[in-house]
Design a protein around this ligand. Structure first.
Ligand SMILES: [Zn+2]
Length: 265
């Protein structure tokens, strides 16, 4: 189960991983807190501000079909406002989904939220708190019935960007920051020695690229993922996805992990 804030958050750093585990027969679920309606529309004929939540929901449904995972679950919050919503109710929604879907492994943002987006940081907080609460029968007892029992997640991973990927962006002439409300929020990278888990998604790069294309109102019809597809398929930064194992009930490995289900199989 992956928990992110906006449609397309799953695409760039985890689209290959979601596709890989779906192809292996895992039940893969994506939970997205908002419909991304506060973002800009890449090409004006693709949507209007009035129907953007609907269009971005359809785009995320398209991406999930491409990855081969279950249809997305939404927390139904307004884009850009996650730090302002009722935090207890938000955690409760994630607890409820964990108890319903019973994931062995959860992926979410790290505390840096890739570039400090407050929605990303809120989702990181909700998800990590919900993992503990979902396992405790005393927490949210009204959820618990015959169909919805407490559930212990075995591993929690943060989707992270290696520092070298940010340096490669810079060398390729791409900005080192995301613009939000007119100011740059720098990407926050992790040194390679902190990264616990690298997933090789070479066999699923095509799905990852097609998943990104589904998010047309975000990336546009013509974009570098179309124009540079042949290069991206070869690019180690694109065909590997990076994670940090944050919690585990099955022990830690001394070696670099290459499987989110290591020690669980
Ligand atoms: Zn986002």
């Amino acid at each position: 189960m992956a928990v992110f804030a906006h449609p397309d958050d799953e695409a760039f750093g985890t689209g290959g991983t979601l596709s890989k585990y779906a192809a292996e027969g895992c039940d893969v679920y994506l939970v997205t807190a908002t419909r991304g309606e506060a973002g800009e529309i890449a090409e004006p004929d693709l949507a209007t501000s009035a129907d953007l939540p609907f269009v971005r929901e359809q785009e995320l449904r398209c991406a999930c079909r491409v990855y081969g995972i279950h249809a997305p679950r939404f927390l139904d919050y307004a884009d850009g406002l996650l730090p302002m919503v009722h935090q207890g109710q938000a955690v409760g929604k994630v607890v409820c989904l964990i108890r319903e879907l019973k994931p062995d492994v959860i992926i979410t943002f790290g505390p840096e939220g890739i570039y400090g987006h407050y929605d990303h940081i809120a989702v990181h907080r909700w998800t990590t708190i919900a993992v503990d609460m979902a396992a405790d029968p005393g927490c949210f007892p009204h959820h618990v019935d015959d169909a919805c029992e407490p559930h212990q997640v075995s591993k929690v991973y943060f989707r992270v960007m290696p520092e070298e990927q940010i340096e490669a962006r810079e060398e390729g002439g791409k900005p080192r920051a995301m613009m939000m409300d007119g100011v740059p929020f720098p990407f926050v990278g992790r040194p390679l020695e902190e990264i616990t888990t690298i997933i090789d998604v070479s066999a699923h790069v095509d799905q990852k690229l097609r998943g990104i294309q589904c998010h047309a109102t975000q990336v546009g019809r013509q974009n570098r993922f179309v124009e540079e597809a042949d290069d991206l398929i070869q690019d180690p930064g694109f065909k590997r996805e990076h994670f940090l194992l944050a919690r585990t009930t099955v022990g830690w490995s001394d070696e670099l992990e290459t499987d989110l289900f290591a020690r669980l199989r």
